[in-house]
Structures are given as structure tokens and as C-alpha cells.
Ligand binder design. Structure first.
Ligand SMILES: Nc1ncnc2c1ncn2[C@@H]1O[C@H](COP(=O)(O)OP(=O)(O)O)[C@@H](O)[C@H]1O
Ligand SMILES: [Mg+2]
Length: 254
């Protein structure tokens, strides 16, 4: 069965109020396999809340979330992960005394166990270890495989978070400020890693560094005070006077 015509992720009229604050207001977005999509906006624009609504951290005030055409708005986080939603873990989820490889094997094994509860996978003959090794190779992290998390640098720990997300076989991966706190060298390495992600994987990137995001995405959405103020190619966004006013005028200086 071909699902190529169906978006991997759709947000329809997504809104979220926190008390009197309208954090997200009527966001519509359709993401297809292989899309690289950026979400830009100043601090407090509502970007992270959009991800939290997509993941099911809390329910939207109105609107819906669809994964591969299925409405998952009232479904659990776990269900959404099984349907192909991937998000980076926090570093606190890494096991510091275990090796990099062991961390990825564990994530892979847990994902397999979850999947197998629901259906038998065609590739279930591939062992978690083989799969983990492949993920590390793809992300060029194989040199760190036998080092403990505590021994590797901060930038590599952040890269390992991406490896863990990838081990769960996502169809769409959400990256929130994935270069925050990284040095220039670490940022460059992370950008290369994201460029090397599988071509058919859709990736949505929240990023405040314009240079980083312009180099990685084809399309972007700019938010301000919960609302989408501009959508389009990098060129469209660069040339949009409203964006310059509300976003670039407030660009964070780190
Ligand atoms: N769990 C929450 N409870 C109350 N207010 C929240 C919560 N999460 C976010 N907000 C508010 O929603 C708005 C958008 O926040 P956020 O989505 O984190 O913005 P961004 O990621 O673009 O910086 C902000 O005003 C923020 O204070
Ligand atoms: Mg945020």
C-alpha cells in the first residue's frame, strides 16, 4: 500500500491557551515524507508548545493532530511514538555509566518490544545491536560506541540524543533548539549530522539561529505570539518585512 500522498504529520487549526495566554493560535501545517521544515520565532512565540501538542504532552484547546492520516489528538505519547513520531530525549535520559552503544541498544530493544506487542515487523530479524550499530554509523558516532556517556563531550551527548530518537524508527523527527548551548565546532558537527539523516525521514527544526536553519530546511514557518505570520521558502522568509520586524529585530544575541 502506498501512503506517499498522505502527509506524515498534519496540524489542523491547532490552538492552546494557558490560562489567559493564547500560546498557540490556529496553526496549520502539513509535513510530507522527507520534508525539512523550520519553525522560527522569538522567545515565547509558541514553538515548543506546538511540539508539545504534536507529541501529546497536553491536549490542544482546539484543533487536531494527524499522523499518517490518522487523528491522534486524543492518543497517548506512546501511541504517537509507535505511529512514527520522534523527538529528541533530554540528556537526563542518557545512562551516564553505560557506553554510547549500550544506550542505543537499549532504546532499540525497548522500541522492538513495544512494536512487537502490536504487530510483527518484517525487519524483526535484525538484532537491536545490529540496528544500534547502523544508527551510530549513519550519524558518524561509531568512534564513540565503546565510550561511556560520561566520557564523551557535551556536543556528542546531544548527538546521541538524536541517535536514540532515530533508533525508534520515526517517520517524522522533531528537533527543538538542537544546537542550544553548543560551541561553534559542536554546532557544525550537529548540522552535518542532521544533513545526514535518512532522506525519507521528515524533520521539523525549531531553531533561533537563522544561519543554522537556513542551511538545513527548504520551507519554514515563522511564529509570533502564537500565530503563524509567514510561511514559505527561506527566500520568502528572508524577504518578508513582517518577519524582519518581529523576529530578526528581536534576534537573540547569545
Ligand atoms: N506549560 C505551560 N504553562 C503555562 N504557560 C506556558 C506553558 N508552556 C508555555 N507557556 C507559555 O506559552 C507561551 C509560548 O511558550 P513556548 O511555546 O515555550 O515558546 P517558544 O518555544 O517559542 O519560546 C509563553 O508565553 C509561555 O510562557
Ligand atoms: Mg521553546
Amino acid at each position: 500500500m502506498s501512503t506517499s500522498g498522505v502527509p506524515v504529520l498534519e496540524m489542523r487549526g491547532l490552538s492552546k491557551n494557558f490560562g489567559g495566554i493564547r500560546a498557540v493560535s490556529d496553526v496549520n501545517l502539513s509535513i510530507r515524507p522527507g520534508d525539512r521544515h523550520g519553525i522560527l520565532g522569538a522567545n515565547g512565540a509558541g514553538k515548543t508548545t506546538v511540539f508539545n501538542l504534536v507529541c501529546g504532552v497536553y491536549p490542544p484547546t482546539s484543533g487536531s493532530v494527524l499522523l499518517a492520516g490518522e487523528d491522534v489528538t486524543t492518543r497517548s505519547i506512546d501511541y504517537r511514538v509507535r505511529k512514527g513520531l520522534g523527538r529528541t530525549f533530554q540528556i537526563t535520559n542518557l545512562f551516564q555509566e553505560m557506553t554510547v552503544l549500550e544506550n542505543v541498544v537499549l532504546a532499540t530493544a525497548m522500541a522492538e518490544a513495544q512494536h512487537n506487542r502490536w504487530f510483527t515487523r518484517v525487519d524483526s530479524l535484525v538484532s537491536p545491536r545490529e540496528k544500534a550499530e547502523k544508527v551510530l554509523q549513519r550519524l558518524r558516532l561509531e568512534k564513540t560506541a565503546y565510550r561511556t556517556v560520561a566520557e564523551i563531550g557535551y556536543g556528542q551527548q546531544r548527538e546521541l540524543e538524536v541517535a536514540l530518537a532515530l533508533a525508534l524508527d520515526p517517520k517524522v523527527l522533531l528537533l527543538d533548539e538542537f544546537t542550544a548551548g553548543l560551541s561553534q565546532v559542536e554546532t557544525a558537527s550537529m548540522v552535518e549530522l542532521v544533513k545526514g539523516l535518512p532522506e525519507d525521514l521528515a524533520v521539523i527544526i525549531i531553531e533561533h539561529d537563522l544561519d543554522v536553519v537556513f542551511g538545513l530546511v527548504d520551507e519554514m514557518t515563522v511564529m509570533n505570539r502564537g500565530q503563524v505570520i509567514c510561511e514559505g521558502s527561506c527566500q520568502d522568509v528572508r524577504e518578508n518585512p513582517l518577519v524582519a520586524e518581529v523576529y530578526i529585530g528581536q534576534k537573540r544575541v547569545d
